[in-house]
Design a protein around this ligand. Structure first.
Ligand SMILES: *Cc1c(COP(=O)(O)O)cnc(C)c1O
Length: 347
């Protein structure tokens, strides 16, 4: 095998969905967020596995993603679009039965004019100032919206990964104030909000990253594993250097394996210093710079030359890599790129 392999454990994925589903009352529906190609792991495969596990509602960022997802899921599951009803999206929304989350008065007008009677949701801004109607806009529109085919009222928490942050209670109060008395299903929480407790659950939760094994869902089972093929192995004498800019110099006889993946595969250059590859359980430190397509690894201490080395496993998770790169697991997952051979197991 000459290409890097990204193994996606669909059984761990569906187990994570079930655990997050069980974290809320049985009256609360648990949807699944599969935007950005299922956080890089393949929206179609991921969504089909989750649909088999019982998920009936899916969220994507863009109508185009929704259109692709519809092909994978077939009719039946509800597909909701966070970006709402954008100019040019009308045919897709209609033909593929997508449910736009309307974010402004403009989107609302566009939607009811172009597709009267077509279901929609409304996204409210409760303080994040990113997407959704402001309180004033919603107040002006609310009575009209509630007489249309409205399926969901939602908002999004800015600080749910920090349970003690006062912003959580502030947004909860704002959401209640804007939506109490509306006889429409409500949704406030993504992964982090689910873990804040039942006050935050309302009628529907929208987990994303937790399904894929990432924080803030600390009890998640890892879903993604990466194995990288070794292309070449060489011995270095003390004083020899490795990689671009000679950033690493051997101080003793050293055996270096060159592995076929690099920053073009989401193995970010900045994560180099603390990141290791694994030969089964044995950690092997990276040496020198991460290149676009290649990594160099110290295997001096191995008793056998490895055919491949693992980047992501139960010991080094997406969140370990995120720490090493000064980022979050979300960015690691969605940066993995198109070059991996994706293998789906456990379904
Ligand atoms: C991405 C997103 C989610 C899912 O968030 P996670 O933190 O990945 O669980 C839910 N709702 C909205 C509006 C989002 O943008």
């Amino acid at each position: 095998m000459s290409t890097a392999t990204l193994t996606i454990d669909l059984e761990a994925l569906t187990a994570n969905w079930r655990t997050l589903n069980a974290a809320s009352d049985t009256t609360v529906e648990t949807a699944a967020v599969v935007k950005a190609n299922g956080y890089g792991l393949g929206a179609g495969r991921v969504a089909r596995a989750l649909a088999r596990a019982g998920a009936r509602k899916f969220f994507v960022a863009l109508a185009e993603e929704g259109a692709e997802l519809r092909q994978a899921l077939g009719p039946g599951p509800e597909i909701c679009v966070f970006s709402g009803h954008m100019p040019g999206d009308t045919d897709m929304i209609h033909d593929l039965s997508l449910v736009p989350m309307l974010n402004s008065i403009d989107q609302m007008l566009r939607h009811v004019e172009a597709l009267p009677g077509h279901p929609f949701g409304v996204q409210l801004d409760t303080g994040m100032n990113r997407l959704g109607m402001e309180p004033g806009e919603w107040a002006a529109l609310r009575d009209i919206a509630l007489t249309q085919n409205i399926k969901l009222i939602m908002s999004h928490l800015a600080c749910a990964d920090a349970p003690d942050h006062p912003m959580n209670a502030q947004q909860l109060a704002a959401f209640r104030q804007m939506t109490d008395g509306c006889d429409v299903p409500r949704s406030l929480s993504a992964t982090g909000g689910i873990l804040l407790g039942s006050d935050y659950h309302f009628d529907l939760t929208r987990p994303g990253v937790g399904l894929y094994g990432g924080l803030p869902f600390a009890a998640a089972r890892p879903v993604a594993a990466i194995s990288l093929p070794v292309i070449q192995i060489r011995d270095l004498d003390p004083g020899e250097t490795v990689g671009y800019s000679n950033t690493w110099t051997a101080t003793q006889p050293t055996r270096i394996a060159t592995v076929a993946a690099g920053y073009a595969d989401g193995i970010l250059r900045v994560m180099g210093p603390n990141t290791q590859l694994f030969a089964d359980d044995i950690a092997c430190p990276l040496r020198g710079r991460i290149s676009m397509d290649l990594i160099t690894v110290d295997i001096t201490h191995l008793s056998e030359d490895p055919k491949s080395l693992d980047l992501l496993n139960d010991r080094q998770t997406v969140d370990t890599l995120a720490d090493n790169a000064g980022t979050i697991g979300y960015e690691i997952l969605t940066s993995l790129g198109a070059r991996y051979q994706r293998r789906y197991v456990g379904a």
